[in-house]
Design a binder for this molecule. Structure first.
Ligand code: COA
Length: 321
């Protein structure tokens, strides 16, 4: 039995902010952002929330899969920017789509969140515990980035992506790799709320995302190709056999470096970061949905997926569509 993606959906906020728009409010330029990252614009939430975008993406994925909400056994949502500390965003999705037979929870693996959700769902399906799952990556990163720090805020965007997965005899996941290195957690971090109990008085201000860009870059360009190589080998394929590489959309230079290291043409690496920026856990499922709706994915198409980011965490999977 393999875990197969049978439907995808995504949702981006209505408001679009271009690099030129950002240059009007901070000391940056389209030339700096485009040349270093490939990002041209991003969607930023106004009325949208992490849950509202997740619900929309979930409905579209269910419709695309031809599955009803009642058929879901499991909902797993990767996010670092849920609307509430509790309830989990996955529980909000469950309530709003009416998935009354599912169990729902969030996972925090930053930009690897959707891939971790996929692997958890796969483990449940392999164990025979559940048959049909909804997995999501959803973020409102614009509320946790520091809009006075031009070196980080220009990189990120908001949005949600979802996929319905189900056990299948023929096609689906061939291999998976995931890992974390907590010792390097400080290179991409966002502190939580302060302790205000009667014993301690904190004068710390609200914290935002802090990143050592060059360290994250070095981590990504070494770990991602190694993880992909390992996963492709475990699936009994070669890098040339893969039709598409759906990578976390952090930076075009990271994607170009992975393509060089694997000796695979950049044409096999679809891109959404140019119009979305980096949406952490939502990047991979939004890209998958774009590929799906653009007709790139046919039954049997071989795709390699990889997510990487805060934690540090990483995860790759090889799937036959
Ligand atoms: N606009 C204009 N100038 C900017 C800028 C901006 N938005 N942000 C930073 N700069 C300036 C810096 O102040 C610095 O100026 P200085 O040389 O006068 O001090 C200069 O540009 C170079 O900064 P630096 O941080 O060294 O740039 P870089 O070449 O390392 O590129 C990143 C920065 C963030 C694009 C790059 O490190 C990167 O892509 N890292 C990976 C980040 C990532 O993908 N994170 C998410 C992973 S999930």
């Amino acid at each position: 039995m393999k875990t197969r993606i049978i439907g995808t959906g995504s949702c981006l906020p209505e408001a679009v902010v271009t690099n030129d728009d950002l240059a009007k409010i901070m000391d940056t330029s389209d030339e700096w952002i485009s040349s270093r990252t490939g990002i041209k614009k991003r969607h930023l939430a106004k009325a949208e929330t992490t849950a509202s975008m997740s619900v929309e993406a979930a409905k579209r994925a269910l419709e695309n899969a031809g599955v009803t909400a009642e058929e879901l056994d499991l909902i797993i949502l990767g996010t670092v920017s849920a609307d509430y500390v509790t309830p989990a965003c996955a529980c909000e999705v469950q309530a709003q789509i009416g998935a009354k037979n599912a169990v729902a929870f969030d996972v925090n693996a930053a930009c690897s969140g959707f891939m971790f959700a996929l692997n958890i769902a796969n483990a449940y399906i392999q164990a025979g515990l559940y048959r049909t799952a909804l997995i999501l990556g959803a973020e409102t990163l614009s509320k946790i980035v520091d809009w006075s720090d031009r070196s980080t805020c220009v990189l990120f965007g908001d949005g949600a992506g979802a996929a319905v997965v189900r056990g299948d005899e023929k096609y689906g996941m061939l291999a998976f790799d995931q890992g974390s290195d907590g010792a390097k957690g400080d290179v991409l971090a966002c502190l939580g709320r302060t302790n205000n109990n009667p014993l301690i008085k904190s004068d710390r201000e609200i914290a935002y995302v802090h990143m050592d860009g060059q360290e994250v870059y070095k981590f990504a360009v070494t770990t991602v190709p190694a993880s992909l190589q390992k996963t492709i080998e475990a699936s009994g394929l070669t890098p040339e056999d893969i039709d598409y590489y759906a990578l976390h959309q952090a930076n075009i230079r990271i994607i170009q470096s992975v393509s060089k290291r694997l000796h695979i043409s950049e044409e096999k690496f679809p891109i959404s970061l140019d119009h979305c920026g980096n949406i952490s856990a939502a990047s991979v499922p939004i890209l998958l949905d774009e590929m799906n709706r653009n007709g790139l994915l046919k039954p049997g198409t071989k795709i390699a997926m990889s997510g990487f980011g805060g934690g540090l965490t990483w995860a790759s999977a090889i799937l036959q569509w």
